[in-house]
Write a protein that binds this ligand. Structure first.
Ligand code: RB5
Length: 154
């Protein structure tokens, strides 16, 4: 698979997304995509904001460009991720949105839920997200406005 970054992709989940994370990792391996797994490492109950923070930090430190976050719904992970500077996380459960959020929002994190999407769809979401370039152009101004919101917060 031709992905849009030369860096490894970061992936993390909480306990509710653990099984799907393991399946997505296998899918990435089969597609020849390098990844960094930031946990969790079992189905033992953990707190999703902790794992979202770990993944966002690797993006902020420039070690990776793109990340995948999985929890029960994808919603908690996306809420947590979007609290971090420079992170544009999209919670999606359809491939149209997975592509569009790259093309229009320059999303750098995709989130989805193990309790929402099946494995087959999850793989399609990941493939769409990792292979779709940002379009820039008219979207640049809007993405910049997102940054302005971020920078206006204390
Ligand atoms: C864990 O039970 C669940 O709340 C979490 O994985 C996630 O879905 C939160 O948004």
């Amino acid at each position: 698979m031709e992905i849009i970054t030369e860096k490894p992709v970061a992936i993390a989940s909480d306990h509710a997304g653990y099984a799907l994370k393991e399946a997505v990792k296998k899918h990435l391996e089969e597609a020849g995509v390098a990844y960094a797994d930031l946990g969790t490492n079992s189905t033992e109950s953990v707190d999703y904001p902790v794992f979202a923070a770990a993944l966002c930090k690797t993006i902020q430190s420039d070690n990776v460009d793109l990340g995948i976050l999985i929890c029960g719904t994808g919603v908690g992970m996306s809420m947590a991720a979007n609290k971090h500077k420079g992170i544009r996380a999209a919670c999606v459960s359809d491939t149209f949105s997975a592509k569009a959020t790259r093309m229009h929002n320059n999303a750098n994190v995709i989130c989805f839920g193990e309790r929402v999407v099946g494995q087959g769809l999850a793989f399609e979401l990941v493939d769409a997200f990792l292979t779709t370039p940002y379009e820039g152009g008219r979207h640049e101004r809007r993405v910049k406005l997102l940054e302005d919101i971020e920078n206006s917060q204390k």
